[in-house]
Every structure is written in C-alpha cells, then in structure tokens.
Write a new protein. Structure first.
Length: 311
C-alpha cells in the first residue's frame, strides 16, 4: 500500500507540474492582457501595473515565482478584483459548488443505479425499454436545454421551485436535477450493461440453484460486482460536478466556482484562471486516486500494486 501510494503521489505531482506549466505558458500566449479594456489605458499606468504584478519580469522569473507560490498554496492576487486574492475567490465559490455537486451526485447515483438494475432484471421488457429511453434522453439533451425545461415546467408553470438564485434548499433542487441528468443517464446504461454481464455468470446461476432468494442474489452478489464500472466513472464525474458546472451555475445565477471561472476568462484574469485550473486538477487527481483505492475495498481481488484480478 505504501509503495503504491508513493508511486501515485509522484505521478500526481508530475501531472500537476505539467498542467501548471501548460496553463502558465498558454495564458502568456493568449492575445491581450489583464488590463485590456474597451477604453485604452495610458502606457505609463499600464507599465506601473505590470511592474506592480511582476509582469515586466522575464518569463522564467515569473514561472519560478508562480511555482513557489503554488507550493505554498498561494495563487496570488486577482488582477480584476483588486481587494481579493485568488485563494479568497476559491474559498467563496467552492463550498457552493461542493454542495450543489454532492446533491447532483446523490441524485445521479440513486436514480441511475436504480434504473440500471431494474432494466437488467426486466431485460427486454417494458421496464427495460422505458429506462433506456430515459437514459438516451438524459444523454442526448444538453444541460442548458434541460435547465431551461426544468425552469419552465417546475418554476414558471407549476411554481413549485424558484427560477434561480442560491441560498435555500428549494433553490438548489432544479440546478441539481439539471446537473445530474447526464450522469444519471450514463450511470443507468453502465449499470444495466454490467448487471446483464454479471447475471449471466455461473456463480449467479449456482446461487439460484441453491434456492437463494432473488433479492439476496441481486443485492449481495450482482450489484456489488456490477457497480465497479460506475465507481470508475465516479472519479472524473465527481471532480467535474463538485467543482461546479459553468453552464448550470450561469443559468441559475449560482455564485459557485464555475461561475467564478467564467468571469475570470472574460476578464483575462491570469492568476484566477491559473489558480482555478490548478485547483480543478488537484480535485481530479485526488478523485481518481480515491476511486482506485475504493476499487480494492469493493473487490478484494483487485490488487493496488497493479496486479490484475485473480493474480
């Protein structure tokens, strides 16, 4: 375990270094600068701002200083929000995105796994067809269309939930449903295909021959083994959902991290873009590591050292 974790942490550090390097130089190559606006700034003022933020230094000096700040978990000041640092923007936006993301993940897992299991158990029956129709619609319909549809039906027509904004549980329901629609459909399809494969295995047939109830076979044997593809999918899914959806947060007026990222791009806020990108990357790398560790808990046959099943 220690050897495995050491290798993974070194791999994560190297991956993060590459992401930081690519983000740093791509931002420098982008046209314009953080102080570009419709009204042209006097050259003297722009030169003072560049000197104040260190943008007049050679690229290697800026790169080295930024790496040092990242190691110290300091992403620097925001170029557009003069009174705030990038760390403060992340600290304000991430808790909102985290709550919304956890709610969406819970919905996606609960509905997706349930639909997939029902579709597999009722294979080629109307339940199976209905579940797959729902799954296809969830994958095919873009999130912004789903968000607008939910707002129109449940907010404007029925008046059950607020149209937008953030602060109460009722205001989180529609964006969580819109955010969970695509993952729910994908999880349902994954669960169905995996369950069908597991149900055809010999040990399931043996359990049925021994007279074990269908409920126990499904819960204790089939679902546990069929859930592995879903667990694998949960790594990148969790990172994407928990750190916020740009589109959903924009539509519902949610002050999450995704919304902050969009504003940073529009404002050419270099430090905010790089800081949020690094933060996203860390969440993704940690999520993938946790998924790999969870694999070993769900299926002890999987060795963390890199061996395959049954070795």
């Amino acid at each position: 375990m220690i050897k495995y974790l050491t290798k993974r942490l070194l791999f994560m550090a190297l991956s993060l270094l590459l992401i930081i390097t690519a983000t740093f130089f791509f931002m420098r190559m982008a046209p314009g600068n953080p102080f570009t606006s419709e009204k042209k700034m006097p050259p003297a003022i722009e030169a003072n701002l560049n000197a104040h933020y260190g943008l007049d230094q050679p690229w290697y000096v800026q790169y080295g200083e930024y790496l040092l700040r990242v190691v110290q978990w300091d992403f620097g000041p925001s170029f557009k929000y003069k009174s705030q640092t990038v760390n403060q923007l992340i600290n304000e936006g991430f808790p909102v995105s985290l709550v919304l993301g956890l709610e969406a993940i819970f919905i996606a897992l609960a509905i997706g796994v349930t639909l997939g299991v029902i579709a597999a158990l009722r294979h080629n029956k109307w339940q199976d067809y209905l579940a797959m129709i729902v799954a296809v619609l969830g994958i095919s319909v873009p999130s912004f269309i789903m968000a607008a549809f939910l707002q129109y039906i449940f907010a404007m027509k029925l008046g059950v939930f607020p149209v937008a904004r953030w602060g109460t549980f009722s205001q989180s329901v529609l964006p969580a449903l819109a955010l969970a629609a695509g993952p729910t459909a994908f999880i349902a399809r994954l669960t169905r295909s995996s369950m069908l494969e597991v149900l055809s295995n010999d040990y399931i047939k043996t359990a049925k021959a021994k007279g074990i109830s269908g409920f126990n076979i499904t819960v204790k044997h089939a679902i546990r083994n069929a859930i592995l593809p879903v667990v694998s999918y949960m790594g990148p899914l969790s990172a994407g959902i928990v750190t916020g959806s740009f589109v959903i947060e924009k539509i519902f007026g949610i002050p999450g991290l995704g919304s902050q990222f969009v504003k940073s791009i529009n404002n050419r806020d270099y430090t905010a873009i790089m800081g949020v990108t690094v933060f996203y990357s860390i969440i993704l790398l940690v999520s993938v590591l946790l998924v790999d560790l969870l694999y070993g808990l769900i299926d002890p046959r999987i060795k963390l050292s890199g061996g395959k099943k049954g070795e």
